[in-house]
Design a protein around this ligand. Structure first.
Ligand SMILES: [Zn+2]
Length: 241
């Protein structure tokens, strides 16, 4: 086989590994961002539950104040019952007492509603508190795992890059440049063929080109996609280390 082709295939394997390792490494900040978003969302839910609780409690206090006022007013009106001098004034007084009783009844209903709202908000708040704690705990564990994974990936990327650079230094520069130019636009840049067809673009290889590939005297590229064509049967699979 043409000098350098076997190395190009190894280089391509390293490139693929590097691409995968660097891709995973690059996705880690995004994952950290997701964890942060989950924490914020759970905290916002807790803040909302607290707000609902405060609103209901505030409303209950306000209505209780109104209830006390109306009860005091009713008491005062009842005290005046025996002091009124005319029927007109008595009717007006009864009317005022009825109004106070109606407001008192409404206040009592409203207080019951507030108590129900407080109970629901308290339940929601304790669920939100548990959720915040759980999200923080899960997040911390996942952050730790991400940190560890990031260290492993960085070490792996450094190792691959070193091997990659060492290999590049051994490949003839014309061949290496040709590979790099193709790899920039198409991956894989080197394809293995077992029949007269480019597996990269599925276009037939002209008979003369195929004969040249069989001869293995020079690098042959696909006339359509420009990928470097290598005979599958000539590729040496490196022993797994
Ligand atoms: Zn092709």
């Amino acid at each position: 086989m043409v000098e350098g082709l076997q190395q190009l295939i190894e280089l391509q394997g390293l490139d693929d590994e590097l691409y995968a390792v660097e891709g995973e490494c690059a996705s880690i900040p995004e994952r950290r961002g997701e964890l942060e978003a989950q924490r914020r969302a759970s905290e916002e839910k807790l803040a909302e539950a607290n707000k609902a609780l405060n609103t209901a409690a505030g409303e209950q206090r306000r209505v209780e104040g109104e209830l006390q006022e109306q009860e005091a007013l009713l008491q005062k009106l009842e005290g005046q019952q025996f002091q009124v001098k005319s029927n007109v004034a008595y009717t007006a007084l009864l009317h005022e007492m009825e109004r106070a009783k109606r407001i008192i009844s409404d206040c009592e209903t409203r207080i019951l509603e507030c108590m129900e709202a407080i109970e629901a908000a308290t339940t929601a708040r304790s669920a939100a508190e548990s959720e915040v704690a759980a999200v923080h705990e899960r997040g911390a564990a996942e952050e730790k795992a991400l940190d560890e994974r990031e260290q492993v990936l960085k070490a792996e990327a450094a190792r691959l890059r070193e091997t990659h650079d060492g290999l590049c230094a051994r490949i003839e520069s014309v061949v290496l440049d040709q590979y790099k130019r193709i790899a920039l636009r198409r991956r894989p840049a080197v394809v293995r063929i077992s029949q007269e067809m480019c597996p990269g673009c599925r276009v037939n290889i002209p008979p003369q080109n195929y004969i040249d590939i069989l001869k293995g005297e020079r690098i042959i590229t696909c006339g359509n996609c420009h990928r470097i064509l290598v005979l599958e049967s000539k590729v040496v699979t490196p022993a797994a280390s």
